[in-house]
Design a binder for this molecule. Structure first.
Ligand SMILES: [Zn+2]
Ligand SMILES: [Zn+2]
Length: 92
């Protein structure tokens, strides 16, 4: 049988999950035991919807950051060329 991931509450509190439902920690804390982070019983059919759309959103965000960093570096390089740093090196 596939291992059940630690539940959200245990992961958040970084404690060991008994991986029952509800798990021991959730029973003691009287919390609802959820494992939304990873696939539950559907693990063998690989539901692509939720997880990948979250990842795509994150990747979009990261890609935006990379774009702005790349633009910043590009600006620095062209500024450096305008100051003639490259030709200085050639002249020696
Ligand atoms: Zn747990
Ligand atoms: Zn739990």
């Amino acid at each position: 049988m596939a291992d059940r991931p630690a539940c959200d509450q245990c992961r958040r509190r970084k404690i060991r999950c008994s991986r029952d439902w509800p798990c021991t920690a959730c029973q003691v804390a009287n919390q609802f035991c959820t494992t939304t982070g990873q696939g539950l019983e559907l693990s063998d059919s690989m539901p692509r919807g939720h997880a990948s759309s979250q990842f795509e959103h994150k990747i979009d965000t990261i890609a935006g950051h990379v774009d702005s960093v790349a633009g910043f570096i590009g600006g620095l390089l062209s500024a450096a060329r305008n100051f003639g740093w490259g030709s200085d090196l050639c002249r020696g």
